[in-house]
Design a protein around this ligand. Structure first.
Ligand SMILES: [Zn+2]
Length: 298
């Protein structure tokens, strides 16, 4: 794909304003990017992602807010997801525990000193992960990952203490720390009894607390109200990962998986890999060609 958008627009991320899912787009104007936010409740739209990539901006660990890149920097090195300036401004590495302490940025050292929670999150039958997050970001973190049920099981003084506990629980209960997007997409195609999620998570929490007696049992919470998914009634989802195009009325954003209704057919697209890409964005529904036999593969 070598198409270019006339007015340069990039997709810079998605997330949740409380329980309002949104997509952010950076528009180039006067030599810099300006961010516009689009909520799922705003109605029909079409996104067609292009190969061209630009820096999607920086994130402040202090204010927990993103900002667009000020220099409209194209990304040509496939291993870079940000320009150097935005990378330095953000200063975040999720795998900080694999780094020597002096290589962790001052921003992240401050952030790591905040109180951190250890949690369990349920994505589908027997698909549970253990994770950590700053207490301030906990609920957002659960939504960003697309957890369906989640429970906090400990509050630690800092990220290092939380990470140590996370690793111990992961090993003791053979729990992953990451759920792959392919697994998440597969789960969305299944009809699942979500009440079962609560029971499974409560039982697992009891077992973990028996092995780690100093932890605290939090309340098991459902995340579904955040995903705008009341209209998601069937699970015949057509994955648009190949074409990078999705169009229609958005009916859900579950973590980074966007689901749109196009003339009664549901399409899904995992958006994370498209962050930073140029995009053709219109606020109308376009028809999508698809082969019905695609659904028969699953
Ligand atoms: Zn940048």
């Amino acid at each position: 794909m070598n198409e270019r958008s006339d007015s340069n627009v990039i997709f810079s991320g998605c997330g949740f304003d409380g329980n309002q899912p949104y997509l952010d787009f950076d528009h180039e104007m006067d030599g810099r990017f300006h961010r516009r936010r689009f909520h799922l409740s705003d109605g029909a739209f079409t996104l067609r992602f292009l190969e061209e990539r630009y820096c999607p901006g920086s994130f402040s660990l202090d204010r927990l807010m993103g900002s667009p890149c000020t220099s409209v920097t194209p990304l040509v090195n496939s291993s870079h997801n940000h320009c150097y300036a935005c990378f330095e401004t953000t200063g975040f590495n999720p795998a900080f525990y694999h780094m020597p302490m002096h290589k962790i940025s001052p921003q992240q050292r401050n952030y790591n000193q905040e109180r951190h929670a250890v949690y369990l999150a349920w994505f589908g039958p027997s698909v549970v992960k253990v994770g950590i997050s700053s207490v301030r970001r906990l609920s957002t973190r659960w939504k960003e990952q697309g957890a369906r049920w989640a429970v906090q099981i400990a509050e630690c003084f800092n990220a290092y203490e939380a990470r140590e506990l996370e690793e111990k629980i992961s090993q003791a209960f053979d729990l992953p720390e990451v759920i792959q997007v392919a697994t998440k997409k597969k789960l969305l195609r299944n009809t699942i009894d979500f009440r079962e999620g609560r029971t499974q998570l409560e039982e697992l929490t009891t077992s973990v607390l028996e092995s780690f007696p100093n932890l605290n049992r939090g309340k098991v919470q459902t995340m579904d109200q955040a995903y705008f998914m009341s209209a998601l009634a069937n699970h015949h989802l057509i994955d648009q990962a190949e074409s990078g195009k999705i169009s229609g009325v958005p009916v859900a954003l579950i973590g980074d998986i966007l689901i749109s209704d196009n003339n009664g057919q549901l399409f899904m697209l995992s958006l994370k890999k498209w962050i930073g890409h140029s995009v053709l964005l219109t606020h109308v529904r376009e028809s999508i060609d698809f082969h019905p036999q695609q659904t028969a593969l699953f």
